[in-house]
Structure formats: structure tokens, C-alpha cells
Design a protein around this ligand. Structure first.
Ligand code: AMP
Length: 194
């Protein structure tokens, strides 16, 4: 399957994307991880991206789209879970075209939700542990404001009947099960159950 995981920062989107991809044997593509790797390596893309990331802003579409399409080319026919891409309607359209050229299409978009106070608390906890440069209180506020998936982006998938909302408040395993149910794979996907 070809999936997108949507959700505000701090909702557990990356954690769930990694679990589902691992369980199903699919590729996990996190544009945030890719951009952080570029920033660490000090590549030209990394240097450009960093100025936006450190302020909690989105990296410009053209930079992210080129990087994503190159990655897509490496994974062949395998299923994938997209984590943090697309974040804008422009990126969604670029994704649709890139997949159409491969004779593929997104099967489902999972939208993980939680109220703002829960998100801020989680992000402050993560900031204390990770030391990520974009987890300062100021950047967290900016990211919550500017990085909630825009309504137009969600509508792009909702109007195609491909969006499923999942409550991100319960503990990690419960959220995973809710996602599996939304995918229609339920318990059959548990390791050793086949
Ligand atoms: P994430 O790990 O998904 O929260 O991403 C970390 C940061 O990378 C974000 O705050 C953005 O600055 C940048 N980023 C990741 N993915 C994208 C994207 N698809 N479009 C624009 N910026 C992105």
C-alpha cells in the first residue's frame, strides 16, 4: 500500500509511521529525517533547509519536492509510508504526478489528531531529551501554528474518499491498532500471525 501519515507536530506521526512501515515491510520516508541528515552533512540543500527548519518554518516546496522524488526513485515497487510529506497542496500535486508516472496512486491518508495542549506538552518533553535545534519553546509555537496540515491539503484526500481520522491521544500501541484497522489489515498484520 501507498500511505500518507498526516498530523500536527508532537502527535506521534513519526513514531506510528515507523511502526507501521516496519510491521508491514514497507519503506518509511520521513522528509524531516532526510533534511536533518542533509543539515548534519552540511550539503548545499542542508545549508539552505536549515535556515527554515531552525525557525520552525517549512522548507520551500521546490527543495523538498526534488529531494523527495529522488528518494521515491530508489524504492521501486515496495509499499511506503510517507511521514511529513506532502505538507502543502503544491507538494501533494507533485506527489500525485510522480506516482501517476509510475502507474501508482496513494491508497490512504491517515490523519492523526490531538488537542493543542497535549501536543505542546509532548513536544516540550521531547525537546528536553533530543536537544533538536527546532525544539525550542519559540520554534514549537511557530511549528504548531504553521505546521498543522492545512485544510486544503486534507480536503485533497478527503474529497477523494482517502482520508481516515485517527485519535492520537491513547498510548502508542492503541493508536497503532486504530491505524491498522483503518487500513483494513487489523490483527492479520501482527508478526507471527500469518
Ligand atoms: P518533521 O521531522 O517532519 O517535523 O520535519 C522537521 C522540519 O523539516 C520541519 O519543521 C520543516 O522545517 C522541514 N520539513 C520536513 N518535511 C517538509 C516538507 N514536506 N515541506 C517543507 N518542510 C519540511
Amino acid at each position: 500500500m501507498y500511505l500518507i501519515f498526516f498530523g500536527p507536530p508532537g502527535v506521534g506521526k513519526g513514531t506510528q509511521a515507523a511502526i507501521v512501515a516496519e510491521r508491514m515491510g514497507w519503506a518509511h520516508i520521513s522528509t524531516g529525517d532526510m533534511l536533518r541528515a542533509h543539515a548534519r552533512d552540511g550539503s548545499e540543500l542542508g545549508r539552505k533547509a536549515r535556515t527554515f527548519m531552525d525557525k520552525g518554518m517549512l522548507v520551500p516546496d521546490d527543495l523538498v519536492i526534488d529531494m523527495f522524488i529522488a528518494r521515491l526513485g530508489e524504492i521501486g515497487e515496495r509499499g511506503f509510508v510517507l511521514d511529513g510529506f506532502p505538507r502543502t497542496l503544491v507538494q501533494a500535486r507533485a506527489l500525485d504526478s510522480a506516482l501517476a508516472r509510475r502507474g501508482q496512486a496513494i491508497d490512504l491518508a491517515i490523519n492523526i489528531t490531538a488537542p493543542d495542549d497535549v501536543l505542546v506538552e509532548r513536544m516540550m518533553g521531547r525537546a528536553a531529551e533530543s536537544g533538536r535545534a527546532d525544539d525550542t519553546p519559540e520554534a514549537i509555537r511557530v511549528r504548531l501554528e504553521v505546521q498543522k496540515p492545512p485544510a486544503g491539503l486534507l480536503d485533497h484526500y478527503r474529497s477523494a474518499g482517502k482520508l481516515r481520522d485517527v485519535d492520537g491521544r491513547p498510548a502508542v500501541p492503541q493508536v497503532t491498532e486504530a491505524i491498522m484497522e483503518a487500513l483494513g489489515v487489523g490483527d492479520a498484520s501482527r508478526p507471527g500471525s500469518r
